[in-house]
Structure formats: C-alpha cells, structure tokens
Write a protein that binds this ligand. Sequence first.
Ligand code: FAD
Length: 408
Amino acid sequence: MRVEQTEILIIGAGPAGSVAAGLLRKQGRQVLVIEKEQFPRFSIGESLLPQSMAYIEEAGFLRDVVEAGFQYKNGAAFRRGEQRTAFDFRDKFSEGWATTYQVQRADFDHVLAKAAEKAGAEIRYRHQVVSVDVAGERPSVNVLSPEGETYQVCARFLLDASGFGRILPRLLDLETPSAFPVRGAYFTHIEDHIPVGSFDRNKILVSVHPEHVDVWFWTIPFSNGRCSQGVVARTEFLERYSGTETERLRAIIAETPTLAHLLKDAVWDTPARKLTGYAANVKSLWGKGYALLGNAGEFLDPVFSSGVTIAVKSASLAAAAIAREFEGEPVDWEADYAKPLKAGVDTFRAFVESWYDGGFQKVIFHENGAPEIRRMISAILAGYAWDRSNPYVAEPRRLKTLEQLCSA
Ligand code: FAD
C-alpha cells in the first residue's frame, strides 16, 4: 500500500477541521485534511454565536466570512405563548465579539475550507478515512480515494474533526452515552414570506410548544429571504406524528399558534430532514498523538446554538497545545486541552438541562429580570461560556437559585 507522511493530519473539513487547519498553517505546519464529501454539502448548525468569531479571526478567516454575505445576527429571541423576550448580544457581560452570522452551512463550511486551502492546507475531498492505528510511534490512517484506491497516511499528530462521523470514538472504542435523553429534530429550509416588522431577522427565534415545555422550534433567517425551520423533541414525541418529515414538522408547528401565524405564507419547497440521537460523549478527548475536536468529542444539544462555537474553540485549544508540543515543551493534554474545553461545555450543559426542565425559561421570561443578570445570561447565550468572571460561568449552580427566585 502507498504510504504518505504529513505533520498534521485532520479528519473532516467542517468548522473544527478548517479552523484547526488555518491555525496550524499559521504555525508553519504541513497540514493534510481528509474530507469524505464534495463541498459544498448540506450540514445542520446554522446559527453562530459571537464567541466563535474570535476563533475564526484567530485562524485568519475573518475577511472570508465577512465578505460571504451571510445574515447578520445580534441576538436571540424567545417566544412561549404570548410571552416574548429577546437578548441583544451587544448588551452583554463579557468582553469580545457581540455579533455574528446565520449561515447556510453548505456555503459557510466551504468558505472556511477554501480559506484553509488559501492558507496552504491541502484538502482532499471525497477521500474517506476508513481505519486508524494509534498504537505505533506515530498515528496513521487508511484512506479510501474516490477512485477506490486505499492508501496510508502517517502523521506526527492526528486531529479527529469528523463531527457526527465520530471516526476515532467509533474505531478506538471511546464512545460513552450522553447523559441527555434521546432527542431528535425535523428541519428544512423554507421561503418564509414573514411580513416585514413582525420578526427581527437579526436574531434566531426560539419558540416553545404551548403544552410541552421541552419541545421547541428554531427559526433562523438567512440573508436571502429564506429561513431554516426546525423542531426538537424527544424521539417518542416525534414518533406520534405520521406522514413525511415535512408533514410532521408542519403538524407540530400548527400546534404552536404564534409560530404557525408567523409562517402562514411560507413556501415549503424543500423536503424536511430528520436527525435523532445526536447527543454523544467520549471517554477521553485525547490520546498519544491524537485529539478529538468539536462534535467528534462531545455534542450536547442544539438549543443554545453552541456546537460550532465549541468546535472552533476546541480547534484553538488543540492548535495551541500542538504548537508547544512541537517546540519540545511538555504538554499535559488533559490539563491543557480537555479540561479547559470541558469547562465551557459544562457551562452550556447546566443551561441546557435547565432549559429542558423549564427552569431557564422561567428566568428568561421573568418580567422583572435584573439588567445585570440579563447581561450575564446574554453573555452565555453569545457563547462566552469560558469567561469565569461571569458568576454564572464560575458557578453554574447559581442558575438553580435564580430559577427558584423566578418561580416565586
Ligand atoms: P462537522 O461540521 O460535522 O464536520 C465534520 C466533517 O467530517 C464533515 O464534513 C464530514 O463529511 C467529515 N467526515 C466524517 N467522517 C469522515 C471520514 N470518515 N473521513 C473523512 N471525513 C469525514 N451548532 C451551532 O453552532 N448552531 C446551531 O444553530 C446548531 N443547530 C443544530 C441543530 C441540530 C438539530 C443539530 C443536531 C446540531 C446543531 N448544531 C448547531 C451543532 C453543529 O451541527 C455541530 O456542532 C457542528 O457542525 C460541529 O462541527 P464539526 O466541525 O465538529 O463537525
């Protein structure tokens, strides 16, 4: 079998893989990315958080993203029955980027991948990693080319950014179940025809089902008059509905009058898709010569749109650790990579749990929310889940106290 050598091998050219590639190219490393799809390709995860912009900027991709013409985003709006609230990320506790974009991921991921190539990374589309060996001195993978040839690539360091492909977790038996119940989503893109003025297109809209506190919808406007529309619920709830995925999605929306009214003129021109059981975890985020990035590690839940932010944060942390390792400095991957990454993931986890219990909903819809506390929550919703100067990051348990105060 043909054997190739590279310094850094990355599996997957999603946001984690491309941002890691950009950062490592800045260090002057030789980077090879193996991507099984031809880009542009559909992917879910379309509402970004401002915190992600810091890592896009760090990778040198800011201009490419800004010039791509995506929908500007400055916050998140929530509706439950007649209750409405909105968080403007420009009014937030933490320092840093306050605005970002809502993106068609086919285009966004392609923009990032092209920027990584421009920076000197080699991306091989339609090449698929089929097996991995991390037992030797250096990690190696076997790759299947589009022509059906299998070849081997040996690397000094391997980054698994394969997302829901979860290559290393599956092949190295690193999978552990998520603590969250199994949920799923129906989603599609629509020509929304939402009347001007009845909706702030600069914000993601999250609507809660009037009878089921743990069933919610996203409405993510794009810059071309279209929206991404989805619903998330436990799989047993989704299975109660019959028909095509589009019919099921529309039937659940019909039970939620404010959303149904907003979408009354929408044209449902794209068949809906279904994704279930996406929450996932791993025993370890690293091993000798390799690390897991983004969704290849842990994926929590879509509700606070944290996935891409966690993916690019993981790329930044891993690239910094690799820089030190390649300089001959000692790197403790648990202390320098896994722990800092998990700190923010755990912040999001506390908020996700509270969302589905209904507690966080009491907080955000509370009519007399203290402005300073809303600014702290706004920062977390903007993705600043690693900023320990925010009391709700330093001590996520504080959220429970806040829930009790808002329930009284
Ligand atoms: P991915 O984006 O999944 O990229 C992985 C890449 O690896 C893919 O291109 C794939 O083709 C490639 N690959 C896989 N296997 C192989 C292989 N064997 N060989 C070579 N290449 C391979 N996040 C947000 O930030 N905002 C949102 O609004 C949001 N909404 C979501 C809604 C739902 C219903 C779900 C399930 C998730 C949502 N997410 C959202 C999460 C988001 O989709 C992910 O967190 C994000 O895409 C992770 O990026 P990644 O780079 O880790 O992986």
